[in-house]
Design a protein around this ligand. Structure first.
Ligand SMILES: C[S@@+](CC[C@H](N)C(=O)[O-])C[C@H]1O[C@@H](n2cnc3c(N)ncnc32)[C@H](O)[C@@H]1O
Length: 191
């Protein structure tokens, strides 16, 4: 699948399942578990059409800021259109490993259903760029499917995080009807 050019099926699926259903009924619940205060600087990697960004934006209304990054111009434009009424969001398109991203800056990085779609050979460079962007004691939240046919094993996530210098705070995998298993991780950057 070419993430820069989504198929028609993916566009329809995103509109109905991710935007109309998940962003209204499921993502706010997930974001509420992150314990955000509302004033954080957050980087969302692989924001897609902004289904999760909407829930994040609602949770950072006390002076927070959100940077949404995606490799696909199509999805960034979609997210921009859906989130046009929020002033504290910046949208950036491209390959994060080649972007000028501030280092030691973000309070949190959020990755939601992205890393399993990234070519395995690119994952370490991407995670390095994301880890650098976090401030010391900043938090990386990740949620990924771990289905063998279309997912990423929890062990690979744990190894990647360790290799880029992030320490594990919490991991948890739960069964899901669609994906068989979905894993949540919280990782911290040390001083
Ligand atoms: C399944 S969608 C998830 C979108 C969003 N995070 C959500 O949960 O609704 C995966 C997204 O990751 C993006 N993506 C894939 N590889 C990427 C990369 N190397 N850099 C940035 N974004 C990437 C795709 O363009 C797509 O928008």
């Amino acid at each position: 699948m070419d993430p820069e050019q989504p198929s028609l099926i993916r566009i329809i699926e995103e509109e109905i399942i991710d935007y109309l259903i998940r962003s209204h009924f499921f993502h706010p619940k997930y974001v509420s578990t992150l314990g955000l205060k509302g004033n954080e600087r957050i980087l969302e990697f692989g924001c897609g059409g902004g289904a999760m960004s909407i829930a994040i934006a609602h949770s950072i209304q006390l002076g927070g800021h959100l940077t949404c990054i995606d490799i696909s111009e199509f999805w960034i434009k979609k997210a921009q259109q859906r989130l046009k009424n929020y002033g504290m969001i910046e949208f950036r398109t491209g390959d994060i490993t080649k972007m000028d991203i501030p280092e030691n800056y973000y309070d949190a990085v959020i990755i939601h259903f992205v890393l399993h779609d990234v070519d395995p050979s690119m994952r370490i460079d991407i995670m390095n760029a994301l880890a650098k962007s976090l401030r010391p004691e900043g938090t990386l939240y990740i949620r990924e499917p771990s289905k063998p046919s279309h997912g990423i094993p929890l062990l690979e996530i744990q190894n990647l995080m360790r290799d880029v210098g992030l320490r594990e705070h919490q991991v948890d995998c739960a069964r899901s009807i669609l994906w068989k298993s979905i894993c949540d991780g919280v990782f911290l950057k040390s001083w």
